[in-house]
Design a protein around this ligand. Structure first.
Ligand code: ADP
Ligand code: MG
Length: 451
């Protein structure tokens, strides 16, 4: 028995080591280092956390890992009892060695993202799918707080949301030096909040955001999803600023109504103007390529630009990647750019040219075909082996191929996230020795992508 108690504590230590290698020292210092083990048995472990955010952080980000390092309860959840430390931060700020990097960030300065010097309106190429959002952004930048407030920009990955956000910042900075601009990612806002909680400087932070900021630019608000406690704080800040007619601009990968946020928050987001950045059409993609090539001093023949634009279609960042690779290749080999050279150099990018987003339905269909069962059976609750295995495979693939929270994915199967997690683990385990299964899953995946 004492052995096992040791094992649980040991599991925690191993978990910490595991995480330490995978996250930044600041994140580790903020989130994980303050956690104390107060008790451990063979069935569970009791952790003392400085506040509920730390617990939430741990469970949101590391549920899977916790399950493999610590005992698991009957529902497949990590068996952890959480206790919030009685006095906020006092204990651990005294005995917690703080790294210098930590100090820099937790000092009086509120973190702020430097504006990327090349993200400017002048370098943002317009086309039919982004004209509207660009002119809305210029409108907001020219008369902050007076036209649309907030301006909510949404669209897929790599389509220029951050570019537009920073362009607004530059424009305001150059035309109205007195206005204080705070440009921040949602992740940084949350970290800032946690730092403030640790340092008991939450009032200072609130004061800063509510009275020292004239323009608030917030990138990637989707990271506020499932972060209930932070959401409320954000919402309050938001309302205070808007009531003072201070401009807010928010970017997101989805429109407000599709975000998993409170109704209050969604309503606030929809208050002003909601604008979409779409995938640029062929002509715009060609223009973007030629523009980027010019910036790099690369001579890009029109037919080649056209060829690339035809193959790389829904992510501007990949267009840039193509140019970068091509430019490196040409310079290295002193070659002339031809379609053949492009084809060779970019084969990799073309292969992974993003297909449309994969859905649970697509996965179910493909699994059903390969395992010769019906989609309705996969969705149902029959537990025979013939159905249970493909069902687990579908869940496993959903986790693997769709970037969504386990909760969301679970919901689309009508299952809890722990069932999903259990399925993933079961399949992963089986894959270690079951070659037939491995091959079948490969076929399923290939069919999904070919569809
Ligand atoms: P997002 O924030 O939407 O994921 P980014 O703003 O980071 O995308 O854009 C990805 C890259 O593509 C950036 O380097 C950006 O400058 C470039 N980019 C995106 N759209 C355009 C555009 N219309 N014109 C010029 N460059 C663009
Ligand atoms: Mg971005």
């Amino acid at each position: 028995m004492p052995m096992l108690i040791c094992d649980t504590r040991d599991g925690w230590t191993k978990f910490l080591l595991f995480v330490k290698e995978r996250c930044s020292p600041t994140a580790f210092g903020n989130w994980l280092a303050p956690i104390r083990v107060t008790d451990a048995t063979e069935q569970d472990i009791t952790l003392e956390v400085p506040n509920v955010f730390v617990k939430e952080y741990l469970l949101t980000n590391y549920r899977k890992e916790l399950c493999s390092f610590l005992p698991v309860d009957a529902d497949g959840e990590p068996a952890i009892q959480f206790r919030v430390a009685p006095t906020l931060s006092k204990n651990f700020s005294e005995d917690q060695p703080t790294s210098t990097e930590d100090l820099e960030e937790t000092e009086d300065s509120t973190p702020q993202i430097a504006l990327n010097p090349s993200y400017r309106f002048e370098t943002f190429i317009e086309g039919p799918t982004n004209q509207f959002v660009k002119s809305a952004a210029i409108g907001v930048a020219s008369r902050p707080g007076q036209s649309y407030n907030p301006l909510f920009i949404h669209g897929g990955v790599g389509l220029g949301k951050t570019h537009i956000l920073h362009s607004i910042g530059h424009h305001i900075r150059e035309n109205n030096k007195r206005l204080k601009i705070q440009c921040i990612t949602t992740e940084a806002f949350i970290n800032d909040l946690v730092d403030s909680l640790r340092n008991k400087s939450i009032d200072r932070m609130k004061r800063f955001y509510r009275s020292d900021v004239d323009i608030l630019l917030v990138d990637d608000i989707q990271f506020l999803q499932n972060r209930l406690n932070f959401e409320e704080e954000f919402c309050n800040t938001f309302e205070t600023l808007i009531n003072q007619k201070k401009q807010i601009v928010v970017t997101s990968d989805k429109p407000p109504a599709q975000l998993k946020l409170s109704e209050r928050m969604i309503a606030r987001m929809e208050w002003g103007l909601v604008a979409n950045v779409g995938v640029p059409d062929l002509e715009t993609r060609v223009a973007i390529l030629q523009n980027k090539a010019r910036q790099k001093g690369l001579e890009l023949p029109h037919n080649v630009a056209f060829y690339i634009a035809e193959h790389v279609y829904n992510n501007v960042r990949q267009l840039e990647g193509a140019i970068n690779r091509l430019s490196a290749q040409c310079r290295l080999m002193e070659l002339e750019i031809t379609e053949e050279l492009v084809e060779k150099t970019l084969r990799e990018i073309f292969q992974q040219a993003p297909k449309q987003r994969i859905t649970v339905e697509q996965i179910l269909k493909s699994v059903a075909t390969v395992f010769e069962v019906r989609v309705s059976d996969l969705k149902g609750s029959i537990r025979t082996k013939e159905i249970a295995l493909p069902r687990q495979v579908a869940m496993y693939l959903a986790c693997k191929l769709i970037k969504e929270s386990l909760q969301m994915l679970g919901a689309s199967f009508g299952k809890t996230h722990s069932t999903l997690l259990h399925a993933c683990k079961a399949i992963e385990k089986r894959l270690e020795k079951d070659e037939t299964l491995k091959r079948k899953i490969l076929i399923v995946e290939r069919n999904i992508y070919a569809a």
